[in-house]
Design a protein. Structure first.
Length: 395
């Protein structure tokens, strides 16, 4: 199977146990750029609140780090299980976990201990990979069993992992005397995907969590967490900022913009002027200030967004550092760039390297950094925090 055949979208949603300010489930993910590899872990700490969160954080961090090192699943299971503290009364581990490891050739391995069984959807139908049991042979957990499977996903496949808070929601009710349970969650997911084949990982995880919350009569009896992996066609975005070093390369930049298949953002008045001139199109300026800190956006035929340059990108850099799924974006230029970045999977930056004389003015704010530094910071955050595939090109 070819590398990069599809984009791997990963996202999660959570609800805390009723009355708790911190979630006892922990979800971690990492994109290892050098290996084109994605790893994610969902751990459920015993109980709820701070203690559960600490135990789940310990478990998920260990699981992620050991998986990064390419250890065999049996070895990963053995190390984690023998490191985790055990409840002195019930003689069971203080946390459960599910690990999903997706390698560059798309080979996907799932390892789980005491979490509800992962759900794999192939298009709009349930797909059951060949699961096998891993029985520990050494240490105090000798004889304990974990489940694992390996398969090669296809485009439009999804992997859904949940904590007990989802599977046990509604327990004791007339509708779900034993809880919602994994098979019913799977049937619900199949229905959602059949009705909306392109539903995002974030939306699907959110609908599952919301339904579990509903079955708990809107008072979560446990921490409720769901994470979804979605293998799909990538959504692409191009962001150009700054004029090329040599004026003769303006035509090359314009051609790249004209022929790009995806969303296009021009950040910088000079950049927009070059594209408008080379493509023989007119810029229409807007005079409504949606963000009091930034100049308003402009409009150019065939371009999704035209904004001021360095100040706007500086604000974008600050915004995505603290951005989360619960943040509501405004209508300002930086907000619109952040939304486009979040909605895109493969983001290509083209940075012009001609010095902008305006930015050498000592009266301008000290934090006004040269554009390449700001873009590098944005790119790093997109890769490390949001698992976007980012490339940067200088012209």
């Amino acid at each position: 199977m070819e590398k990069n055949e599809f984009y791997i979208e990963v996202n999660s949603q959570q609800r805390n146990h009723d009355g708790e300010r911190i979630c006892g489930d922990v979800f971690l993910n990492r994109f290892i750029k050098e290996e084109n590899r994605v790893i994610l872990v969902l751990s459920d700490g015993m109980g709820h609140g701070v203690k559960a969160n600490i135990l789940a954080t310990l478990t998920s961090t260990m699981a992620l780090n050991f998986t990064v090192e390419h250890k065999e699943v049996e070895r990963i299971a053995e190390i984690i299980m023998n490191t985790l503290p055990v409840c002195s009364e019930r003689k069971i581990s203080y946390a459960t976990f599910t690990i999903v490891d997706i390698e560059s050739d798309s080979k996907t391995t799932i390892l789980e201990y005491d979490n509800p069984a992962a759900i794999v959807l192939r298009g709009g139908a349930l797909f059951e990979p060949a699961w096998k049991n891993v029985t520990l042979s050494k240490g105090r957990n000798a004889g304990k069993s974990l489940r694992t499977c390996t398969f090669y996903p296809k485009k439009e496949d999804r992997i859904i992992v949940c904590s007990d808070g989802v599977a046990q929601s509604g327990m004791g009710s007339d509708a779900w005397p034993f809880g919602w349970e994994r098979d019913n969650i799977a049937a619900y997911a199949v229905k959602l995907v059949s009705n909306e084949p392109s539903v995002s990982a974030l939306t699907l995880a959110g609908k599952i969590v919301t339904m579990a919350f509903k079955y708990d009569s809107y008072k979560a009896k446990d921490d409720i967490s769901s994470a979804v992996v979605y293998f799909r066609e990538p959504r692409k975005m191009l962001l150009c900022t700054g004029p090329p070093y040599e004026k003769e390369r303006d035509t090359i930049l314009a051609d790249r913009v004209k022929n790009f298949d995806g969303k296009i953002v021009l950040a910088g008045g000079t950049t927009a002027d070059i594209i408008a001139r080379e493509l023989n199109r007119a810029i229409v300026d807007e005079f409504i200030f949606e963000d009091p800190d930034l100049p308003p956006e402009s409009f150019l035929e065939g371009i999704d967004l035209v904004t001021e340059g360095i100040l706007t990108l500086q604000k974008v850099s600050e915004m995505i550092k603290s951005f989360s799924n619960s943040v509501r974006l405004g209508k300002g230029p930086a907000d619109k760039i952040v939304k486009l970045l979040m909605d895109s999977d493969e983001i290509h930056f083209i940075i012009g390297t001609r010095i902008n004389i305006a930015h050498q003015d000592p009266n301008l704010p000290v934090e006004l950094e040269i554009r390449r530094t700001v873009v590098k910071r944005i790119a790093r955050t997109l890769e490390e925090k949001w698992m976007k595939k980012v490339t940067v090109e200088y012209i």
